[in-house]
Design a protein around this ligand. Structure first.
Ligand code: SF4
Length: 743
C-alpha cells in the first residue's frame, strides 16, 4: 500500500508590513501528497533570514508569531455581500466582534466581480467616474501589492486619485526639500556612531533591527538620547530621555542650532561646499527667541539640557570622537508644524558636517535609493483613456471624513461629484483615519457603495456592501525595497492563497476584464510586473543603484544590496560630498529657514487659550501592532496588555481632576468622546495624556460606542505635504458619567 509523501521546503519571503526593516523571512513549508495524488501544504515555521545583513536571523515579536495570523480561524476566505436588509455598522458595540458574518452571505468570485463591475459602471455613468474613490495605504509595502494593477484599474476607470498622505508625506516632502532625495545613514553604520539621538523614534518598538547596531555602538561607548513626549520602550532603555512637549521639536532643533552657531561649532568648510543658505539660517537661529532659555518655555526641556545636547551633538565627530547619528522617525511630522519640524531636524547634520564620517548623519528613510519604476507599474497615462480623458481629481486620504460627508454636497471648494463608491484595500480607515465620527457618518451612508478587500472582519468591513478575501504576504509573490535599509528583495509565494483569497494584482486584473478594459497591460503577470518595477526610473546616484539587480538575481539570492556609490575607502557616506544632493541647487538647501509656529491645538496655540480643552493628547501607536494591523491576534494583544483600555496621565493632571489609578474617565473634545481607565504615572509629561490606537470594536472600556483614539483627532493638515496631524489634538478629561459596556 502506497504511503503519503511528506516533503519540506524553505521559501524566501519578505515581510511586507509597513515597517522600515523589511525583513528577509524564511518560511518552512510542509507538503503532503496522499496516495491518491491529493496535495496539501502548510507553513510550519517562520524565521528571520540569518544571511540578511539587517534582519540577522530574527523577527519582531508580532511577525515571529505570524502563523497565528495566517491560519487564524477568523481569516476571511470567501467573497461575501451584505444581506438584504442588514444595516451597515457594528451589530452592537459590545457584541460586534465575532458576529460580523451575520450581516453577510457568501457569494462566488464570479458573482462578486459581476456585482462590483455593474455597480461601479452604473455609478460612473450617473455621477461621473470621479465619484468612485479608492482608499489604500501600506497594508502591504510590496511594490505590486502597494501600487500596480490597482492603480492601472482606477486610472483607466477615471476614479478619483487618492493622495496617500496619512503617514509619512509631511516628513518625506520636508526631507526632500532639504536633500532632494529620501536617503539617510545606512542602519549598519549606526554601529559607528558616538552619539545616537532617537527623535520621535521608538526604535525598540517598531524598528527593532536597528537596535543591535545601536547596542554595538553603545558597547563602544556611544550614548543614546531619546527625544519623545512618551516614555517608550526605547526611552526606558536610553542613557537619557528628553520628554519634549508634543509638536515643539522644530523649536528644539532651532535652539540646538542657536547654540552650535553661537559657539562657532558649525563646520564652515562643509557648509560652504555642500549647502546653500547657511548665513541666513545662522542669522535666524541666533535670534533671541531661538535661545535655549526661550525654547525651554515651549518645549519643556530645560535650557541647560538643550545647551548640553547641542554641545554633545556638535562635538561628536571631532577630535577622534565618533560622529552623531539621528534616527528621526515619522512621529514628529504628525503635527500641524510637523513638516517644518522635520526640515529643522534634518538640517542639523548639514550644520555640523556629520555626514562626512561613517556613522554620522540622519535617517528618516532610505526609500529614495530604490529607483523602482512606479510609472511603469501604475501607468498614470491610462487616465487619458478613461471616460474623463484627463487626470482625475485628487482626494486627500487624511480628510476621508470630509470626502465622504462634504464633497459634492455642501462642499464650498467645488471639488467635483460626491463620493458614491469607496473601494478599500490595504487599509482599515474606520479605525485609522482621523476625525472618526465624520468618517463613520460617511461610511454609514446608504447611498455609498463600499467594497473592502481584507484578511479579517475589521472596523471597516462593518460598513462594506461587498467583502473580498485578501491573502497574507506568505501567499503572494512580490518585489520590495525598504525604507530602513539598502537591500532589494523578492518575496516568493510560500503557500497557495488560503480559501479563495486573491491578490491585489489578480483582483484588479479580473475586475478590469469585467469592466471591458481592452488594454493588454491588464493581463500582465506578477513576473512581468516585477520586471517592469526593476527597469529603474528614479534618480541615479552617480550610477544606477539597481545595477545587477534583476528578477532572476533576486530569485537566486533573496536579497541583493543596492549598488551604492562608495568613496576611496569603500564607504557609502550619503551627503558627504555635494554630488549626493538632488535638490534644484545641487546642495543641501537651508532656505527657507524653518520657522516654529505652535500648533493651534497645543498648549501654546490659539485653541488652548480658549481653555476648554487644555490637555495635549497623544494617540500613540502600539509597540507590537502595525497601526491597526495585528490588533485582533490574541497572542499579539497579550503583548500590549499593559496599556489596553488605558489613558496615561501625569500625577499633577490627575490630582487636579481628583482622579486616581483605575478611575473610569471620559476623554473628549468637540469632535468626540472615548471612555478609558486612568493610569496615573510619569510615562507622559505634565499636560499630556496618551492612549493607544486600537480597533474600535476591541476598544477595552468603551461606554461611548466602540470608538478609538481617532474619535478625537482632526482633519487639519500638516504645514508641508498635506499629512495628518494626529499629534496636534487637545482634549479634556472627566470622571465617566456612564457605565462601561462589558466586552
Ligand atoms: S514588522 Fe518589521 S521588524 Fe517585524 S518582521 Fe516585519 S519588517 Fe521585520
Amino acid at each position: 500500500m502506497a504511503t503519503p509523501d511528506l516533503q519540506t521546503r524553505v521559501v524566501h519571503a519578505v515581510c511586507s508590513h509597513d515597517c522600515p526593516d523589511s525583513c528577509g523571512v524564511l518560511v518552512t513549508v510542509e507538503s503532503l501528497t496522499a496516495p491518491d495524488g491529493a496535495r496539501t501544504e502548510r507553513a510550519i515555521k517562520i524565521a528571520g533570514d540569518p544571511t540578511h545583513p539587517v534582519t540577522r536571523g530574527f523577527l519582531c515579536g508580532k511577525v515571529a508569531q505570524y502563523l497565528d495570523r495566517v491560519y487564524s480561524p477568523d481569516r476571511l476566505l470567501y467573497p461575501m455581500r451584505r444581506k438584504a436588509g442588514a444595516p451597515k455598522g457594528p451589530a452592537g458595540y459590545d457584541h460586534a466582534k465575532g458576529r460580523e458574518a451575520d450581516a453577510f452571505e457568501r457569494i462566488s468570485w464570479d458573482e462578486a466581480l459581476g456585482l462590483i463591475a455593474d455597480r461601479l459602471a452604473g455609478i460612473a455613468a450617473e455621477f461621473g467616474p470621479e465619484s468612485i474613490l479608492p482608499y489604500s495605504y501600506a497594508g502591504t509595502i510590496g511594490k505590486l501589492g502597494f501600487g500596480s494593477m490597482d492603480r492601472r484599474f482606477f486610472h483607466r476607470l477615471g476614479a478619483s486619485q487618492l493622495d496617500r498622505t496619512i503617514c509619512s508625506e509631511a516628513g518625506g516632502v520636508a526631507f526632500k526639500s532639504v536633500y532632494g532625495i529620501k536617503l539617510g545613514t545606512p542602519p549598519e553604520d549606526f554601529a559607528h556612531a558616538g552619539l545616537i539621538i532617537a527623535w520621535g523614534a521608538n526604535i525598540h518598538g517598531n524598528n527593532v533591527h536597528l537596535w543591535p547596531f545601536i547596542e554595538e555602538a553603545r558597547r563602544k561607548g556611544a550614548r543614546l538620547i531619546v527625544i519623545d513626549p512618551y516614555r517608550t520602550r526605547t526611552a526606558a532603555l536610553a542613557d537619557e530621555h528628553l520628554a519634549i512637549r508634543p509638536g515643539t521639536d522644530g523649536l528644539l532643533a532651532l535652539a540646538m542650532m542657536h547654540e552650535i552657531f553661537r559657539l562657532g561649532l558649525e563646520d564652515r568648510a562643509y557648509l560652504d561646499e555642500c549647502t546653500v543658505g547657511a548665513s541666513g539660517l545662522r542669522e535666524h537661529a541666533l535670534k533671541a527667541e531661538r535661545s535655549p532659555e526661550r525654547a525651554a518655555e515651549v518645549t519643556g526641556i530645560d535650557a541647560d539640557t538643550i545647551h548640553r545636547l547641542a554641545l554633545g551633538y556638535a562635538r561628536a565627530g571631532r577630535n577622534g570622537v565618533p560622529p552623531a547619528a539621528i534616527r528621526l522617525n515619522y512621529g514628529i511630522q504628525r503635527s500641524e508644524n510637523g513638516g517644518t519640524a522635520a526640515r529643522a531636524v534634518c538640517m542639523l547634520p548639514l550644520i555640523t558636517g556629520a555626514w562626512k564620517r561613517r556613522g554620522g548623519g540622519v535617517q528618516l528613510s532610505t526609500s529614495g535609493a530604490f529607483p523602482f519604476n512606479s510609472n511603469a507599474l501604475e501607468m498614470p497615462e491610462l487616465m487619458r483613456a478613461s471616460p474623463l480623458g484627463r487626470e482625475a481629481r485628487i482626494v486627500n486620504m487624511s480628510r476621508l471624513g470630509h470626502a465622504l460627508t462634504e464633497l459634492g454636497g455642501s462642499d464650498a471648494e467645488g471639488q467635483g461629484p460626491p463620493v458614491k463608491a469607496l473601494f478599500v484595500y490595504n487599509s482599515n480607515p474606520a479605525a485609522i483615519a482621523p476625525n472618526q465620527n465624520a468618517v463613520l457618518r460617511g461610511m454609514m451612508r446608504d447611498n455609498l457603495f463600499t467594497v473592502v478587500h481584507e484578511q479579517f472582519f475589521t472596523d471597516t468591513t462593518d460598513y462594506a456592501d461587498v467583502v473580498l478575501p485578501a491573502p497574507t504576504f506568505l501567499e503572494v509573490k512580490d518585489v520590495q525595497g525598504a525604507y530602513g535599509h539598502l537591500f532589494a528583495q523578492i518575496s516568493d509565494r510560500a503557500i497557495a492563497p488560503l480559501g479563495e483569497a486573491r491578490s491585489n494584482v489578480r483582483l484588479f486584473a479580473e475586475l478590469a476584464q469585467r469592466m471591458g478594459f481592452p488594454e493588454p497591460c491588464f493581463r500582465d503577470s506578477e513576473d512581468q510586473l516585477i520586471d517592469q518595477a526593476l527597469t529603474a526610473d528614479g534618480p541615479a546616484l552617480f550610477g544606477p543603484t539597481f545595477a545587477g539587480i534583476t528578477r532572476e538575481s533576486l530569485e537566486r539570492s533573496g536579497h541583493v544590496p543596492l549598488a551604492m556609490p562608495v568613496n576611496a575607502d569603500g564607504e557609502t557616506l550619503p551627503f558627504s560630498t555635494a554630488e549626493w544632493f538632488r535638490t534644484p541647487s545641487g546642495r543641501g538647501e537651508l532656505t527657507p529657514v524653518p520657522v516654529f509656529v505652535p500648533a493651534t491645538e497645543s498648549r501654546s496655540g490659539a485653541a488652548a487659550r480658549g481653555g476648554q480643552y487644555p490637555l495635549e493628547f497623544l494617540p500613540r501607536k502600539a509597540d507590537n501592532y502595525m497601526n491597526s494591523t495585528f490588533a485582533n491576534i490574541p497572542r499579539v494583544r497579550k503583548m500590549e496588555a499593559r496599556t489596553t483600555g488605558l489613558l496615561e496621565i501625569h500625577p499633577t493632571d490627575a490630582a487636579a481632576r481628583g482622579l486616581a489609578n483605575g478611575d473610569l474617565v471620559e476623554v473628549f473634545n468637540g469632535r468626540g468622546i472615548i471612555c478609558l481607565r486612568a493610569q496615573v504615572g510619569e510615562m507622559v509629561p505634565q499636560g499630556v495624556v496618551a492612549a493607544r490606537l486600537e480597533w474600535n470594536k476591541l476598544s477595552g472600556t468603551n461606554g461611548h460606542g466602540g470608538a478609538n483614539v481617532n474619535a478625537l483627532t482632526s482633519e487639519t493638515l500638516t504645514d508641508i505635504g498635506g499629512g495628518a496631524t494626529f499629534y496636534s489634538t487637545l482634549v479634556e478629561i472627566r470622571r465617566a458619567v456612564i457605565a462601561p459596556v462589558s466586552t
